[in-house]
Design a binder for this molecule. Structure first.
Ligand code: ADP
Ligand code: BMX
Ligand code: ZN
Length: 289
C-alpha cells in the first residue's frame, strides 16, 4: 500500500508518497495560496499531487483548520487568506479517485510523535508554532479530537487580555502573539513587513527588536505549556512547526517555563519527525495504526 500524504498549512502545502513502513519515497512543497475562494486552493492541491497520485492507493490529509466530516472549517480564516470553508476529502477524492481521510494538522502530528515515543508515555501534547499555533492532545494513549474536531486548539486559549485581536474573534489568544503571523504582525520600523523567518535571522544578527519579538513568543508559549500541564498532566510536550523548530527557540521556551512554579514543569522535546510529523501522522491514521 502506498499513501499519498498531504499537509495543508497556512504558509505551505506539502505532499509525499509513503510506503507501509512510513518511509518517504518522494516529497514536494508548494506555497499555500492566499485566497478567500476555494478555487485557488483546489488548483494548488491539484498541481501538488499530479506527479504523485498515479503511484498511490489512498490519500491521507493533515490540514490546518477544524476538520469535521471531511471538510475544513477555519477557526482563524486570516491564516488562509480569508477562506472559511473547504470540502477537503471531497476535493481530493475528485482529483485522485482515491479513498481519502482528513484530520487536523496538529492532531495528526501529535499522533505521529506519540508513535515515536517509549511505551511508558501515555499522555503527551504536541504544539506547532507555525503560521498559527496548533495543538494535539494524547490522553491515556488516545488522540482527542472532541465532538466536532475542535479538541487541542491550544492557540486560541487566552494569553493576554490586552493583547492583539485574533482572527478567531477573540482578543489576546496565544496564536495572535506567539505564532509566525503574530510575531510578524507586531514588527515595527525597520522590521515592518518582515515575515517570522526574516525576523529570526535578524535576531541572529543582533537586532534588538527582532530578539524581543521572539522572546515575547517564547514566553507566551511557555505559559501555554504550563496551562497544558495543569489541564492534562502530560508527561511530555513536543514542539514542532517552523518557528517551534527554529534554532534556539525551544531553549527559550525552556528558559521561561523554568520561571513558572515547579508543579507546571514538564519535559519539552523538539518534534522527532521535524517538519514531516503531520504527513506521517495522517498516513498512520489512514493505515489504522
Ligand atoms: P505551515 O504553517 O504552513 O505549516 P510552517 O511550519 O513552515 O508552515 O510555518 C510557517 C511560519 O514559520 C511562517 O511564519 C514563517 O515565516 C516561519 N518560518 C519558516 N521558516 C522559518 C525559520 N527557518 N525560522 C523561523 N521561522 C520560520
Ligand atoms: C490555527 C487553526 C488550527 C491549526 C493551527 C496551526 C485555522 C485555519 N487553523 O490555530 O486548526 O492547527 O492554526 O496551523 O483555523 P498551521 O497552518 O500553522 O500549521
Ligand atoms: Zn484565537
Amino acid at each position: 500500500m502506498t499513501t499519498l500524504a498531504i499537509d495543508i498549512g497556512g504558509t505551505k502545502l506539502a505532499a509525499a508518497l509513503l510506503d507501509s513502513n512510513l518511509q518517504i519515497r518522494e516529497r514536494r512543497e508548494l506555497p499555500t495560496p492566499a485566497s478567500k475562494t476555494p478555487e485557488a486552493l483546489r488548483a494548488a492541491l491539484q498541481a501538488l499531487v499530479a506527479p504523485l497520485q498515479g503511484r498511490a492507493n489512498r490519500v491521507a490529509i493533515a490540514s490546518t483548520g477544524i476538520i469535521r466530516e471531511g471538510a475544513l472549517l477555519a477557526l482563524n480564516p486570516h491564516n488562509l487568506g480569508g477562506l472559511m470553508h473547504f470540502p477537503l476529502t471531497q476535493t481530493l477524492e475528485q482529483i485522485t479517485g482515491l479513498p481519502t481521510l482528513a484530520v487536523n494538522d496538529a492532531q495528526a502530528a501529535a499522533w505521529a510523535e506519540y508513535h515515536a515515543m517509549a511505551d511508558e508515555i501515555s499522555d503527551m501534547v504536541f504544539i506547532t508554532v507555525s503560521t498559527g499555533v496548533g495543538g494535539g492532545v494524547i490522553s491515556n494513549g488516545k488522540l482527542l479530537t472532541g465532538s466536532g474536531g475542535l479538541a487541542g486548539h491550544l492557540g486560541h486559549t487566552l494569553a493576554d487580555l490586552n493583547g492583539p485581536a485574533c482572527g478567531c474573534g477573540r482578543v489576546g489568544c496565544v496564536e495572535a502573539i506567539a505564532s509566525g503571523r503574530g510575531i510578524a504582525a507586531a514588527a515595527e520600523g525597520t522590521l515592518a513587513g518582515c515575515d517570522a523567518k526574516t525576523i529570526f535571522s535578524r535576531a541572529g544578527q543582533g537586532d534588538e527588536q527582532a530578539s524581543r519579538l521572539i522572546h515575547r513568543s517564547a514566553r507566551t508559549l511557555a505559559r501555554l505549556v504550563a496551562d497544558v500541564k495543569a489541564t492534562t498532566d502530560c508527561q511530555i510536550v513536543v514542539i514542532g512547526g517552523s518557528v517551534g523548530l527554529a534554532e534556539g527557540y525551544l531553549a527559550l521556551v525552556e528558559h521561561y517555563l523554568a520561571q513558572e512554579p515547579l508543579v507546571y514543569h514538564v519535559e519539552l522535546l523538539a518534534a522527532h519527525y521535524r517538519h514531516d510529523a503531520g504527513l506521517l501522522g495522517a498516513a498512520l491514521l489512514a493505515q489504522g495504526e
